[in-house]
Design a protein around this ligand. Sequence first.
Ligand SMILES: [Zn+2]
Length: 141
Amino acid sequence: MENAPKDAERALIEAAVAAMAKAYAPYSKFHVGAAVLGESGRIFAGANVENAAYPVSNCAEASAIAAMIFAGDRRIEAVAVAGGKTGDGTLCTPCGACRQRLREFGAPDLRIHICGPEGLRRTFTLQELLPHSFGPDNLEA
Ligand SMILES: [Zn+2]
């Protein structure tokens, strides 16, 4: 399979699925897990963290990126996001804000694996999800 994930990316997918269980989502009940593969080869996971003041809530991708930055990595090599119910076939793709968050640390060909609890459903590139994007290179003189 041409688009099949590599070994490190399989572990990434497992980390995203496992992270769903750690979500704090008492309001939406929609649990999302995310995992990013940093340039060091380490995997950083995160889950969505809701708040009674809804707009203050944090997406799973933002949580995973924050963990990566705190650990010292600065580049995302691959991403996995897991959400939805087993077998429902929906795609829990990153929201618009998270696509931009990923753009900060990822190249246009960044692989984003969209998963359900049962595993991989579809893989996109960042370029596909955020075409004609604005990123750090736009600010270079
Ligand atoms: Zn988001």
